[in-house]
Design a protein around this ligand. Structure first.
Ligand code: CA
Length: 441
């Protein structure tokens, strides 16, 4: 850790000191923005309080130098990939430079008085874009509680398959349908077959669900054929975001054997707009999940003392829902669940190392989803399939409406934050999306 994590840092952007802000000076996540109603091209900015710092403007004023200036020069582009490809040390130099400008005793405020909106723009007056050009997307299944719950619904006699505690299970997802928070989600149609019918039919999904996950962005990649050791894995993780892996459970149930999820998952995946850097996460590193004594220890390529000691993250995730009727009646979103990332069976480094262990090349900007983050208790379940136990135990909304699965007009909002005594709380910003009716084929 370094001076950028100091909880006593003072910042001249007042909203960065608000008790409920996700973006204090200790966070400084990167995103892609454009001032609404401007001719600007989308480019990289840094969230601070309720504002966005325009890195390009500060660079053109000569306010960064050395490695920070080199990294800042990659921020004039419409994705973060070029910055991420420089590696975590470069992003770290830029982070130190930005802290130097934003701290109350630095030279930033004098320049802000001169440059105004050109260097710092209100978030509410800006449009946010998907932060990264994602080449490949892989989704894992790293919560043993989620895997056990889902398994026991579909295979009551055999909920957890014998490979689960040895292999981080995953599948290749689809990058083309990844969208930024705020993008509407059209209800997908597909083939489904209920147990009473002999043949399937095609139509709108009746079991639309969300999955609350952590997204892991690959920074520097690896060459084809060159695996990444568990010790080196953290150097390849640029940062994190929230992910909603929208899922159609009835389509999934009919199609998933023998090759796994396909059209039940690839119609949309939402990501939060800000990339929380690995460096910002540093104060919240936490021990990996402690496996019960009866469980196998990970095979040696997935095991390292550093990963056991600090491979996980002290991170909490919440899912909120506002139905169309709630919106009409001005009833705010209601919280459906809260869970801790620390209950995940596999760490981000284990997922990354396993992915590249056969020589598969990960590239800058690739996204790894953690899998649905569910804890041991009922209130910690990260999808409706588990929360309502496949619809058998519907949730009651403040309007009196029941929910088994998502209805048209429902907005799902995911939130995440790292919190630890002695450090400034840092948040991820919302990952939201509203369900729209199906379209005819
Ligand atoms: Ca998933």
């Amino acid at each position: 850790m370094n001076e950028t994590h100091d909880p006593h840092l003072e910042c001249w952007v007042r909203s960065a000191h608000a008790a409920d802000t996700d973006f204090p000076i200790q966070n400084l996540p990167f995103g892609i923005f454009r001032r609404s109603h401007s001719d600007d091209e989308p480019r990289a900015g840094v969230a601070i309080g309720d504002q966005i710092l325009d890195v390009t403007t500060w660079l053109s004023e000569g306010l960064f130098d050395g490695a920070a200036a080199e990294a800042a020069a990659r921020c004039a582009l419409p994705t973060l990939n070029a910055l991420m490809a420089l590696g975590n040390e470069a992003a770290s130099s830029l982070r130190r430079g930005i802290v130097g400008l934003l701290r109350s005793d630095g030279i930033g405020y004098e320049n802000f008085k001169r440059l105004g909106d050109a260097c710092l723009t209100p978030m509410k007056g800006a449009q946010l874009y998907a932060p990264v050009q994602i080449g490949d997307y892989t989704d894992f299944y790293a919560s043993v509680y989620h895997a056990t719950n889902v398994g026991s619904m579909f295979r009551p006699d055999n909920p957890l398959l014998p490979n689960y505690k040895f292999v981080p299970i995953g599948y290749h997802g689809r990058a083309s349908s990844i969208v930024v928070s705020g993008t509407d989600i059209v209800r997908p149609s597909g083939q489904t077959k209920d147990s009473k019918s002999e043949t399937p039919s095609f139509g709108s999904t009746r079991m639309l669900d969300y999955e609350s996950e952590l997204g892991i962005f690959v920074g520097r990649g690896n060459s084809l054929g060159a695996p990444i050791s568990i010790q080196r894995a953290p150097d390849h993780i640029f940062g994190f975001c929230l992910v909603n892996d929208w899922s159609a459970r009835d389509i999934q149930a009919w199609e998933y054997q023998p090759l796994g999820p396909f059209l039940a998952k690839n119609f949309a995946t939402s990501v939060s707009p800000w990339v929380i850097t690995s460096e910002a996460i540093e104060p919240f590193r936490a021990p990996a999940f402690v496996r019960p004594a009866a469980d196998p220890t990970p095979l040696s390529y997935l095991d390292a003392p550093t990963d056991r000691e600090k491979g996980s993250i002290q991170l909490f995730l919440e899912v909120w829902l506002q139905s169309g009727m709630m919106r009409e009646q001005n009833i705010p979103a209601t919280k459906l669940s809260r869970t801790a990332f620390g209950s995940m069976y596999w760490t981000p480094a284990q997922l990354l190392t396993h992915h590249a262990s056969n020589g598969c090349n990960l590239r800058t900007g690739d996204l790894l989803g953690s899998g649905t983050i569910s804890g041991e208790s009922k209130t910690e379940r990260g999808c409706l399939l588990e929360l309502t136990w496949k619809g058998a135990e519907p949730l009651l909304l403040p309007t009196g409406e029941e929910r088994r699965f998502l209805e048209d007009g429902d907005e799902v909002i995911m939130r995440g934050y790292c919190e630890r005594e002695g450090y400034a709380r840092i948040g991820f910003g919302d990952c939201g999306g509203m369900v729209l009716p199906s379209k005819e084929i």
